[in-house]
Design a binder for this molecule. Structure first.
Ligand code: GAL
Length: 676
């Protein structure tokens, strides 16, 4: 309930008490526009989205709302306005760019009252005058005209309401769904043994091997492996497999586990070759809860919590230190001050991390892996020492300490990159400006090479927010995953704004190469001062379901010592996680978009399909789904509800329909498998 209270508070803060408004006119720019949802940048009053004077087709306007497709602004009129007028169009900041095309909609109580048609760069402003008599809820919407949101700078110029009396209108980017209490769908794991987690694991020849068999069931439990290749050893009491494979090869083994109540087996592939991260990384990262307050003690406790909570038994593996393990350039906090590097130029951790190697050994001893963070510029995003001109030494140091993962940011690289890097890469650049893109790629290629030089598998996670279409070249610089967006935060606007805009990158996902829509925001999050996530329970189901459909790296962002049962249930549903970890590695895309309905689908290795039916609206949506052909489904299909882990129907796709009730901002996540 707490998280709903928080949202209600946020919404109340967004209300605007208009002052000094005349009895007849309320200008749109007198309302609070900050909460408008938009596809890029921030909402601007009396300026374009880039902060320039509002200008459409050469005409300059003093007042209005500068936004960017796709943009939504809800205005609660409550019947208090008679008329809305505006001049709309593409702002001249796009300088005639041909990709720029938008459509404006005025929607009153769910009905489209006015539609601009497609407007492009350079078009004259289009006048809009709409009768609002009796309208309670108004939505001003800007769509992308079907060609994506590139360069869609959109202006509602001279926008104003006529009202009978002086009045105030509340605004929001989204109407909020009604509050509901958290409800758990994930069934408790049985007491009998069950082996969970991915079906495949990649390792490079000569790299230290560590894999922990993830299994639920009562302890004590013993483990076994049939056909384990030479060079590897299993600890039968912990399920940790360690050792080293000298040569490339594909090994099919059978993992086994036993307790007092029974036993379980699972076929598993070990692929010793060039590629690692054959399924998306699963683990935890310190940023979304501790941010600049991370320490060795906190990281060690996070590792303990991953084990104690039982999440290790569902395949969660990495414990990743984000920014602030290095010394800071000018912090007042003495624990962050000290030498950046030693006399030979090797990085020196700050005093909160007295023993990096000891920490890595500790985490490995638990059967987990450990990661850390740096930036290609001289400074990290937080202002700590980063890797510029010490890339090779840093890669060596990480490997010596025993690290398994590097998140490599972008911050401060821009200051050293400009003009220096040209034509050194020989990577196809997909029509973008060559020098800029090469500048964007170069530092990753450099670090990627040095990481590969180490005799250790280090997952390489690029964090440059999707610049230069990173999904097209991230794999070619040894990247295993790459952020496709800016930072996520724990709101519906942020999570849905990121999650439902991943289609362009999706075709590039494959084993070893994952698109990363940023870390998870369930549980106690808060970048230094934590609070329960502000997502509603259904928004959290949407978040986890969508990230699994997107084959995203799953990095828990919360304080794991403060897990509650609901959060744990979201992170321990093995059938849902199996979608993320499916070895085919296909990322879902949006197949059907209809009003508030979004249907995402991906094919799975066994021939089944995972389908997410999402409702972006604030009221539950009921429908009878029958468009199976669009999802490439034919014949009879067994429908399984993955959150409930139950078969719910067998449908004949030629004649049946599937009844669905999708909660507000929520999801129904199904797997469809051809009936035998
Ligand atoms: C940001 C990055 C965050 C976090 C932060 C650290 O650029 O996107 O995830 O790593 O830097 O300062």
């Amino acid at each position: 309930m707490h998280s709903r209270l928080f949202s209600a508070l946020g919404c109340a803060l967004a209300l605007f008490a208009a002052k000094n408004i005349s009895a007849e006119t309320v200008w749109l720019d007198q309302l609070d526009l900050r909460s408008a949802m938009q596809g890029y940048g921030e909402p601007h009053k009396n300026r374009s989205v880039e902060g320039n004077p509002l200008t459409i087709g050469g005409k300059v306007f003093k007042r209005g709302f500068g936004t960017h497709a796709e943009s939504i602004l809800h205005i609660n009129l409550g019947g208090g306005a008679q008329k809305f007028t505006a001049s709309v169009g593409v702002d001249d900041d796009v300088m005639g760019n041909a990709a720029s095309s938008v459509e404006f909609f005025v929607i009153g109580d769910g009905k489209t009252l006015w539609h601009s048609g497609v407007l492009r760069a350079g078009n004259a402003p289009k006048d809009c005058a709409v009768d609002l008599s009796g309208v309670k809820e108004l939505v001003l919407k800007v769509g992308d005209a079907g060609d994506g949101i590139d360069w869609d700078h959109a202006d509602w110029a001279d926008a104003k309401f006529e009202t009978a009396a002086a009045t105030t209108f509340a605004t929001s980017g989204e109407a909020l769904p009604p509050p509901i209490a958290p409800y758990i769908l994930t069934p408790a794991a049985p007491a009998t043994p069950r082996i969970n987690g991915a079906n495949v694991f990649g390792v490079r020849p000569g790299s230290p091997f560590l894999f922990t068999i993830a299994a639920t069931g009562d302890r004590p439990m013993t483990f076994s492996v049939k056909n384990l290749p030479a060079g590897l050893t299993l600890d039968p009491t912990t399920g940790h497999i360690t050792g080293l494979l000298k040569d490339k090869g594909n090994f099919t083994v059978v993992l086994g586990t036993k307790n007092a109540l029974g036993s379980a087996e699972k076929k598993f592939r070990i692929v010793c070759g060039d590629q690692i991260a054959l399924t998306p990384q699963m683990g935890w990262n310190s940023w979304n809860c501790f941010a600049g307050a991370v320490s060795q003690d906190r990281v060690q406790r996070a590792a303990d919590a991953l084990v104690k909570s039982g999440l290790i038994n569902h395949g969660w593996t990495y414990i990743n230190i984000d920014d602030y393990w290095e010394n800071h350039r000018d912090s007042k906090d003495p624990t962050l001050r000290g030498p950046f590097r030693d006399a030979e130029g090797f990085i020196v951790p700050n005093s909160r991390f007295p023993d990096m190697k000891g920490l890595a050994d500790y985490v490995h001893g638990l059967g987990l892996k450990i990661g850390l963070y740096s930036s290609p510029g001289p400074w990290t995003c937080g202002g700590c020492a980063a890797s510029y001109q010490h890339e090779e030494q840093d890669a060596q140091t990480y490997a010596e300490w025993g690290f398994d993962y590097l998140k490599y940011d972008w911050c401060s690289y821009g200051s050293v990159a400009s003009g220096k890097i040209t034509n050194v890469l020989n990577i196809p650049l997909w029509g973008k400006t060559a020098t800029n893109d090469e500048g964007a790629i170069y530092p990753y290629r450099l670090m990627g090479k040095f990481l590969r030089d180490q005799h250790r598998d280090i997952v390489f996670s690029l964090c440059q927010y999707g610049m230069a279409d990173v999904w097209k070249w991230g794999g070619s610089v040894q990247g295993n995953s790459w952020r496709t967006t800016g930072d996520i935060t724990d709101t519906w606007k942020s999570m849905s704004g990121i999650g439902f805009k991943q289609d362009a990158a999706a075709p590039f996902a494959k084993p070893g190469n994952w698109n990363d829509p940023d870390m998870l925001i369930v549980g106690e999050v808060g970048w230094g001062h934590t609070h329960p996530t502000r997502l509603t329970p259904d928004e959290q189901y949407t978040h986890i379901s969508l990230w699994c459909l997107l084959a995203a790296p799953l990095l828990i962002g919360c304080d794991m010592e403060k897990f509650d049962d609901f959060t744990l249930s979201l992170l321990s549903n093995d059938e849902v996680l199996a979608v993320d970890q499916d070895e085919l590695g296909q990322e879902a895309t949006c197949i059907i978009k209809d009003g508030n309905l979004r249907i995402y689908e991906r094919a799975l290795a066994n021939g089944s399909r995972a389908v997410g039916f999402f409702n972006l609206g604030i009221a539950p949506q009921k429908l009878a789904f029958a468009d199976f052909a669009k999802l490439n489904l034919a014949g009879k299909q067994v429908v399984r509800d993955l959150w409930r882990q139950q078969d719910v129907a067998t449908v004949d796709t030629a004649k049946d329909s599937l009844p669905l009730t999708i909660p507000a901002h929520g999801v129904v996540l199904y797997k469809l498998t051809a009936a035998k």
